[in-house]
Structures are given as structure tokens and as C-alpha cells.
Ligand binder design. Structure first.
Ligand code: MEV
Length: 298
């Protein structure tokens, strides 16, 4: 005889976040960006249960994605009834490290797993667009491309192009979270569009090509990242805290530093190409929680 309360069927998926090494904002206008997956993940578990699609209330605090957009976004991928969704993010949420993209790709993987499938990177990328559009309006797609494929990518939306960039040597990074941005990514992107700094966006696009070359050949990349940060200041997406964090990390021994993602707050990172990371980490900690990451050479 079947049990009166059978264990609900559930399945999980995970996906990594990202750091944009060069080219944020310009990538929205058809330039190439270079972005790296980071070893911090979003985890999504889907559990079958009667009733409308819902979020496990226990998951809300850790992810801090308490706004309505998460449930709306999940509704673009999942049926309106019959599932409870639990989201756990190791990534700081809404801070420039691609948490929404990682949640979207993790959801695609969890839904696949619930049906005995394991969707490949192209399928994950295509399916995750709908969720990313709820979060970001008109995203370039770079964030969820990295979440779906991993590694370091060259990415362009128009004309579409994505390929793996093989690093000549590992990148030692120090990342600092300077505090939650006051605006969403969609608002930051809209602000740039309104200010229309087209010449600077072209220069950011050209710089991303030089970053690509430096990473592929093992040449110094730090000064290029600092140049990219200066251009992001020009287009109005940096903050005093991001600027000061970058300056302090460079004074402490980093060879370059920049904000990452949409800006207006959130994450900055520094690259340490010679010497110890410890002094850079100490300098970073004056601006918020900070940690080291290594992006491995392919
Ligand atoms: C956000 O991580 C990156 C932006 O370039 C927006 C996008 O590419 O959609 C600011």
C-alpha cells in the first residue's frame, strides 16, 4: 500500500558567480567584455509540493533577495503550481558578482535534474535569459553566459560571440564588498544610457581587447584594470568608497584595481601580480568584507 505521506520529490542545481575583468557597461552596446567565473556559487533546490509556486521562507535571509522580483523571475522558468524553491547564495547578492545570473542558471539545472536531465551550457544560457530579463531589463547576457559555461570568457552580444579565454597564468585577486549599491543594475545601465558617454564606452571596449591580449600572453594586466576603473569613473558608475578601495589596494601592493559589475557600490577587486596578497587584503578590509580568490590558468 502506498504511504499516505510520500516524501516529496526534490532536485538541486548550482552555478557560479562572476567578476567582469573588463568591459562592463560597454558590453551592453556591442563591445566585448572579459569575465571570469569565481568559485562562489548559488544553489537552488526545487521540492514538489501542492499549491502555488513559492519560495522557502527559510532561504530568504541568507540570499537577501527579498524583493518580489525573485518569485516573478522564477515564474518565467517554473510552472505556476506545485513547487517550493529554496535558494542559497554564497555570493553577495546584488553587488556585482552575478548572483541573479547564478540563481537563474542554478534554477535551470535544478529543473533539469527534477526531470532526469542535465542541461548543457548552451541550454542553460538560453533558458536563463528570461529570469535575467526580470532582474535587469535588457541584460547583455555576459553574467549568465559565465554562470552557464564557467572559466574565463570573451563575450559579445551584438554580433553574438562567446569563447573561452585561456589565461597564461593564474590571477590572484583580492575582492572587497564596499556595501550594497543604492541602485539596481537596470537603474545603473539606464543612467549610463541617459548620460550617453559613447566615446568613453568605445574606449572601454578597446581596452577590453588589450586585457584579452594581456591575459592570453601573461603580460601585466593590473595597470589595464586601473585604466578601466578610471573610465568607469568617467561614465559615472563609481563611488567614493570604490575609488578609495582601489587606491588603497594598489598602494598596498596590487598592480591594479577596478570596480566590477554595474557599480554604484558593491564589489571592487585588485589583482596581485607580484609579492604577497596579505597587505592588499588588509587594505581592502578597511572598506568592507574582503577575501582572496584565484582564477586558475586553463
Ligand atoms: C552587470 O554585471 C554588467 C553590465 O554590463 C550590465 C550587463 O552587461 O547586462 C553593467
Amino acid at each position: 500500500m502506498p504511504s499516505p505521506n510520500p516524501t516529496p520529490r526534490s532536485a538541486s542545481g548550482s552555478a557560479p558567480g562572476k567578476l567582469i575583468l573588463a568591459g562592463e557597461h560597454a558590453v551592453v552596446y556591442g563591445h566585448r567584455a572579459i569575465a571570469a567565473a569565481v568559485p562562489l556559487f548559488a544553489h537552488v533546490t526545487l521540492t514538489e509540493q501542492p499549491g502555488p509556486l513559492c519560495l522557502d521562507p527559510l532561504c530568504l535571509d541568507p540570499t537577501r533577495t527579498t524583493d518580489d522580483r525573485l518569485l516573478t523571475a522564477l515564474g518565467t522558468l517554473l510552472p505556476a503550481d506545485g513547487l517550493c524553491v529554496s535558494v542559497r547564495s554564497e555570493l553577495p547578492v546584488g553587488a556585482g558578482m552575478g548572483s541573479s545570473a547564478a540563481i537563474a542558471v542554478a534554477t535551470v539545472r535544478a529543473w533539469g535534474a527534477l526531470h532526469g536531465e542535465s542541461p548543457g551550457p548552451d541550454t542553460c544560457f538560453e533558458r536563463a535569459w528570461a529570469m535575467e530579463r526580470v532582474f535587469h531589463g535588457n541584460p547583455s547576457g555576459v553574467d549568465h553566459a559565465v554562470s552557464a559555461r564557467g572559466g574565463v570568457l570573451r563575450y559579445r552580444r551584438d554580433p553574438f560571440e562567446v569563447s573561452t579565454l585561456r589565461l597564461a597564468r593564474p590571477l590572484r585577486l583580492v575582492v572587497v564588498h564596499t556595501g550594497p549599491p543604492a541602485w539596481t543594475t537596470a537603474q545603473m545601465v539606464a543612467g549610463v544610457r541617459d548620460r550617453a558617454p559613447w566615446a568613453t564606452l568605445d574606449r572601454i571596449g578597446a581596452l577590453a581587447e588589450r586585457v584579452d591580449h594581456a591575459l592570453s600572453t601573461g603580460a601585466a594586466v593590473g595597470p589595464l584594470l586601473s585604466e578601466n576603473h578610471a573610465m568607469l569613473q568617467e561614465i559615472g558608475v563609481s563611488t567614493h568608497a570604490l575609488d578609495e578601495a582601489c587606491i588603497s589596494m594598489c598602494r598596498a601592493g596590487a598592480s591594479g584595481a577596478k570596480l566590477a559589475g554595474a557599480g554604484g557600490g558593491g564589489i571592487a577587486f585588485a589583482v596581485v601580480e607580484a609579492g604577497e596578497t596579505a597587505p592588499v587584503l588588509d587594505a581592502a578590509r578597511r572598506f568592507g568584507p574582503a577575501w582572496e580568490l584565484t582564477v586558475a590558468a586553463a
